[in-house]
Design a protein around this ligand. Structure first.
Ligand SMILES: [Zn+2]
Length: 318
């Protein structure tokens, strides 16, 4: 009996020591983990006031630099609103932040819209060459320029049945789409007439310089494109009118209303809409339509965005 008791003690001591050691190890591991977690951006953002859902959005849609920059400011819900905007583009994040800091009253939609359209920059600054490989989806605005010798290869003559004046030309695909649109409108008693279509670099230069001479640079840049920046040079744009009206009177015609509801079904969009001057850089032109194909035109029409925004999100971003 005595011998057995003597043998039991070291076993109990050993077991207790092992248990103690395990508890200690668990404690150390937990402490180290906790200390490591406190070093993570997730923990720091949570401390900053961002909730779990917001932190996970930030991790998914932004980058390390941006999240670190948030730690230097107070919690700001606008950043979450910006990254959850429908047309948010991750690689424009720095520009969104800059625009927001320059316009603290701007909504998240305005921030994303203006930056995507390039309208956060001064017009005609940062000029790039138009990517001609985008074909009917090529963009030509105050930041994208066509070469002075660019002339579409598939320009066709528009029959004077459809247009005022002679020597009116359009790209083949746009012309066929216009004819379909013309016929559909005709069935509802509406006549669409092309006032102006393709314009060469040289012709645009003359138009621009004429305005410049009479009205000065600021006014001219609001109403006429600089040479190389006119959509008419793409051969995909048409100025449309109908009987008995000129210029902006077109807006109050049935033809205009018909186009508002139907042009996208034929691949045309109103390119410079009302109250979007700050996005497109052009005053409202109820008569200027651009052919982009049915798919793009439908998205642009249904989402009420400009082609500039469409291009940034769907073309450049891919
Ligand atoms: Zn036009």
């Amino acid at each position: 009996m005595k011998g057995r008791k003597l043998k039991k003690k070291p076993v109990i001591v050993l077991v207790c020591s092992i248990i103690l050691l395990i508890v200690l190890i668990i404690f150390i591991v937990k402490t180290v983990n906790e200390l490591n977690y406190r070093k993570t951006i997730e923990y720091k953002l949570l401390q900053q006031g961002y909730n779990k859902e917001e932190v996970s959005l930030l991790q998914k849609k932004t980058d390390e630099d941006f999240m670190n920059s948030l730690l230097e400011e107070e919690y700001d819900r606008v950043y979450i609103d910006i990254i959850t905007e429908g047309y948010y583009i991750k690689n424009k994040l720095k520009d969104y932040v800059k625009y927001y800091n320059d316009h603290l009253n701007a909504s998240s939609t305005e921030v994303v819209t203006m930056v995507n359209a390039g309208a956060n920059e001064e017009w005609y600054s940062h000029i790039k060459d138009t990517d001609l490989s985008k074909d009917i989806l090529m963009i030509n605005n105050k930041f994208y320029k066509l070469p002075s010798d660019y002339e579409p290869e598939d320009l066709v003559d528009v029959k004077n049945w459809y247009a005022y004046g002679t020597n009116v030309k359009l790209r083949d695909e746009a012309y066929n789409a216009f004819i379909d649109m013309f016929n559909a409108a005709k069935e509802e008693g509406i006549t669409l007439i092309i006032n102006s279509a393709y314009r060469s670099y040289k012709e645009q230069e003359e138009v621009y310089n004429q305005y410049l001479k009479n009205h000065g640079q600021a006014y001219t840049d609001g109403v006429a494109a600089r040479p190389g920046h006119s959509e008419h040079q793409t051969g995909l744009s048409v100025d449309i009118t109908t009987y008995g009206v000129t210029g902006s009177q077109f807006e109050s015609t049935d033809a205009f209303s018909w186009l508002q509801n139907n042009a996208h079904n034929f691949g045309f969009i109103l390119r410079y809409p009302n109250e979007k001057e700050n996005i497109t850089g052009y005053t409202y032109e109820s008569w200027h339509y651009r052919y982009v194909g049915v798919d793009a035109a439908t998205i642009i029409h249904d989402s009420n965005i400009t082609f500039d925004e469409y291009y940034a999100y769907y073309i450049e971003n891919n």
